[in-house]
Ligand binder design. Structure first.
Ligand SMILES: Cc1cn([C@H]2C[C@H](O)[C@@H](COP(=O)(O)OP(=O)(O)O[C@H]3O[C@H](C)C(=O)[C@H](O)[C@H]3O)O2)c(=O)[nH]c1=O
Length: 170
């Protein structure tokens, strides 16, 4: 006797919602992602073309961040980051260092992770730092460019978190 597979019935799904309150840096986009939870766990869409076109996915990686770790300050000259946080307890700092930006010098801090799943788009020349305030956890980046190990699009400042915004960026 043949085994029968049954198509899932149509169902409502959680949709992401753009956050505009508190977004003080031009071009930064925050999307709160909606988990679809059931007895097996949670499924969270990280990005989709269902509602609007997106720049192509060309490169995707996962970062496993140790508890208490900090990545950044870093900025990119060419790529936009599309970071998805669905686990852990991350704090993300952003500073606009673009010379001709209407929001030059603006600084933002947001929290993202299990309690507030988020996709964050960071334009070039917006310096950022990601701090893991929880236990070891992962996040995903879907940058708009491929990583070139021979010419990394990565410009790093390793001083204090508080330095940016108070000391001019060379
Ligand atoms: C980006 C990348 C890196 N690597 C290698 C290079 C290093 O050996 C290692 C760690 O990379 P990196 O030091 O560049 O990673 P972070 O400085 O922690 O930066 C990451 O976290 C901050 C918050 C970001 O915003 C960056 O976009 C993100 O790349 O992975 C690869 O093999 N492939 C890749 O695509």
């Amino acid at each position: 006797m043949a085994l029968e597979f049954v198509q899932d019935a149509p169902r409502p799904i959680g949709r992401s919602a753009r956050v505009t309150d508190g977004v003080s840096i031009d071009g930064v986009v925050i999307e709160r992602l909606e988990p679809n939870a059931d007895g097996r766990g949670r499924l969270i869409e990280l990005i989709t073309t269902r509602d609007e076109p997106i720049e192509p996915i060309v490169h995707v990686y996962q970062v496993i961040a140790e508890a208490g770790s900090r990545r950044g300050w870093v900025y990119h000259k060419w790529q936009h980051d599309r970071l998805a946080f669905t686990m852990g307890r991350f704090e993300i700092h952003l500073v606009d260092i673009r010379e001709n930006s209407p929001t030059r010098g603006a600084r933002m801090v947001l929290e993202a992770g299990e309690a507030n799943p988020t996709r964050l788009r960071i334009p070039p020349y917006v310096a950022h730092a990601v701090i893991n305030n929880g236990a070891t956890a992962c996040f995903v980046n879907m940058p708009t460019n491929i990583y070139d190990p021979n010419n990394p699009d990565k410009f790093r400042y390793s001083g204090d978190l508080d330095d940016l915004g108070t000391v001019p960026v060379a």
